[in-house]
Design a protein around this ligand. Structure first.
Ligand code: FES
Ligand code: FES
Length: 159
């Protein structure tokens, strides 16, 4: 077992866990943040995506040891308390979420994309979401949601 200090959604925290325990499992089991989902468990689907030091990572591939001192943002850290983030609202309005398994990862990937390209082209949207698979929507609704989100002024600076 090892004790790791990290910051999750702005809250400094420590966890004691086996060093190779996956960040995904630490978030879900130890910190009770169940927004990140396990799809493939192999780094292929993006449903477990979180932001780690501002980069989009597949949390199923990150041993907790690697997260020492890291700043982690999960989907729970995106919404402002009870109010949906504009990206979430756009997904809701465009039917960009159906079963919802991919949705937390899609929202975080969109967040990351819009930080990089505030007015992304369709090609940039497709590239930015290329690591996130969706079995339900056929992607067009998701792309439309991202395009709308790019035109909505965020309520606070995106992290
Ligand atoms: S569960 Fe992590 S990439 Fe699929
Ligand atoms: S909404 Fe079901 S996998 Fe995307």
């Amino acid at each position: 077992m090892t004790t790791i200090a990290l910051t999750v959604n702005g809250q400094p925290t420590t966890v004691t866990a086996p060093p190779m325990k996956r960040l995904l499992d630490v978030l879900r089991e130890d910190l009770h943040l169940t927004g990140a989902k396990e799809g493939c468990g192999e780094g292929e689907c993006g449903s477990c995506s979180v932001l780690m030091n501002g980069e989009l990572v597949n949390s199923c591939l990150v041993p907790i040891l690697q997260a020492e001192g890291a700043q982690i943002t999960t989907i729970e850290g995106v919404a402002n308390q009870e109010k949906l983030h504009p990206i979430q609202q756009c997904f809701l309005e465009h039917g960009g979420a159906q079963c919802g398994i991919c949705t937390p990862g899609m929202i975080l990937a969109t967040h990351h994309l819009l930080d990089k390209y505030p007015q992304p082209t369709l090609a940039q949207i497709k590239e930015g979401l290329a690591g996130n698979l969706c079995r339900c929507t056929g992607y067009m609704r998701i792309f439309e949601a991202v395009q709308q989100a790019a035109n909505v002024e965020p309520p606070e600076p995106r992290t």
